[in-house]
Design a protein around this ligand. Structure first.
Ligand SMILES: [Zn+2]
Length: 467
């Protein structure tokens, strides 16, 4: 039905030929149409095309409730929110109903009374799909009243009986009737609430303060959980576990390229400053590689995981340090360097949990991971024999000083003095800008140091590379 020409009453809705379907049928129908049209169904989700997404689609085609299992920062929440795109753009509801009742088959007492007296003249409203989504982070202090509902004392005072469903103040789940409701960290829900949730899913009734109210809600329930919590005994009541039709395991980006795509997509952007920032590809690779090494580190708690947010925040941090330098030195282009990596401590440490509790180890661990990442990326770009010409010149007593506060022009001087270095830095980035050159020089020097071809020492805030 065309916009502006939408039915306003139940009578008009019936006359339009509208036929209501359940949410599962609606999502299935829309998903199949999108697949047929070869549309991107989950835009912005990177690296799940062959793993998670086919399973999500199968679950929706099957009409199953879904639980996503995964460590922190695996795009679970985003995936859940994108499922809204599978709903119709607008859906008719009885106007004024607290639980979005279907005008052709209302379930709440208020609507049934209304339709009984007003018939086809009962007014309807059109609900946009964004309003058919609800979510809640499970915490131990959530109550039945929050999630399912409570008896409304004002209505009781008005003289209604407790068993009368008109005395109910509906909770979050009934208010998302005919929509998608997501519970994050399901195992943190109390057992009492898990039972309540199960009754709602299985028996279509809610029990409030001893009263059973039949409420055949039409909701797709989605949940997320950390795999460790979900599988550990006693955290989830078995019948509830059985009730979720699809259990889908999410994962971190498998490749460094996917990690970089997400970093680029998610980093915070600012408009309005005249400063250009350019991040060479090898610097992005180092940030992504570092996270990948962290996900394999036995010193880091892998049950809680290393979120993609670590990569994103570290990426932002090195860019910011480059911006700070450019502004301080009056340079036009901000280009992150190896020496900027010292600053990612602040954007990493709060986001990972160590296996042991010694503060001093955190810095050392990050330093080791950074070295591993730089070495791995460097060795993908360079083979040492190609660098012999440069190394030879250090043999005769040459040394180079670098730091995150040194102007780019001092690096340009190095490139002129060291024979062969110009050619070598061109191998990673062919930009002629001094700021880019400075970054490439540090990359080469650090790579040679990590390959044990140059010594590195710290002196009064500066780093000195020599034989
Ligand atoms: Zn209603």
């Amino acid at each position: 039905m065309a916009k502006g020409n939408k039915a306003r009453t139940i009578g008009e809705l019936k006359a339009s030929g509208y036929r209501s379907v359940s949410i599962r049928e609606e999502m299935r129908r829309n998903l199949i149409a999108l697949i047929r049209e070869k549309k991107n169904i989950f835009p912005g989700i990177i690296g799940f095309d062959d793993t998670v997404i086919p399973q999500v689609e199968n679950a929706i085609i099957s009409g199953q409730d879904i639980i996503f299992l995964g460590e922190r920062g695996q795009a679970k929440s985003r995936l859940m929110r994108l499922m809204v795109n599978l709903l119709d753009e607008e859906t008719p509801v009885v106007r004024g109903c607290e639980i979005n009742d279907n005008p052709l088959a209302p379930i709440c007492r208020w609507c049934r009374d209304r339709v009984a007296t007003q018939g086809d003249a009962t007014e309807i409203a059109w609900l946009p799909r964004q309003e058919r989504y609800g979510e809640k982070l499970a915490t131990p202090d959530i109550t039945i009243a929050d999630l399912l509902g409570d008896v409304d004392p004002i209505k009781v005072a008005e003289g209604r009986y407790l068993s009368d469903e008109l005395t109910i103040h509906y909770g979050l789940i009934p208010r998302t009737n005919r929509g998608i409701f997501c519970i994050n960290e399901l195992p943190d829900l109390t057992e009492k609430l898990q039972v309540g949730l199960f009754n709602l899913m299985e028996e279509s009734d809610i029990q409030i303060r001893g009263y059973r109210v039949r409420l055949p809600l039409d909701i797709l329930l989605v949940a997320s959980a950390n795999p460790e919590d979900y599988t550990s005994r006693g955290r989830i009541i078995t019948p509830l576990k059985d009730r979720y039709g699809a259990q889908i395991r999410t994962h971190y980006p498998v490749t460094v390229e996917d990690e970089i795509t997400i970093m680029e997509q998610e980093r915070r952007r600012f408009s309005g400053d005249d400063l250009d920032c350019y991040v060479p590809k090898y610097m992005k690779e180092i940030i992504a590689e570092l996270t990948h090494f962290a996900r394999k580190s036995p010193d880091i708690n892998q049950r809680s995981g290393v979120s993609v947010r670590v990569s994103i925040a570290n990426y932002e941090t090195i860019m910011s340090n480059a911006v700070r330098r450019a502004v301080t030195l009056g340079e036009k282009l901000a280009v992150p360097r190896i020496s900027d990596l010292a600053y990612i401590l602040s954007s990493t440490t709060g986001k990972v949990e160590l296996e042991s509790f010694e503060d001093t180890r955190e810095e050392k661990l990050l330093d080791d991971l950074t070295k591993k990442a730089v070495l791995a990326v460097f060795n993908r770009y360079y083979q040492l024999p190609r660098l012999e010409e440069v190394i030879t010149q250090f043999n005769s007593g040459f040394s180079v000083e670098v730091s995150d506060t040194m102007p780019a022009r001092s690096y340009v001087r190095n490139v002129k003095e060291i024979i062969g270095l110009a050619k070598v830095v061109k191998g990673v980035d062919d930009s002629e800008r001094p700021e880019t050159l400075a970054s490439a020089v540090e990359f080469v020097l650090e790579g040679l140091h990590l390959n044990k071809r140059l010594n590195k020492s710290k002196l009064e805030g500066k780093i000195v590379y020599r034989r």
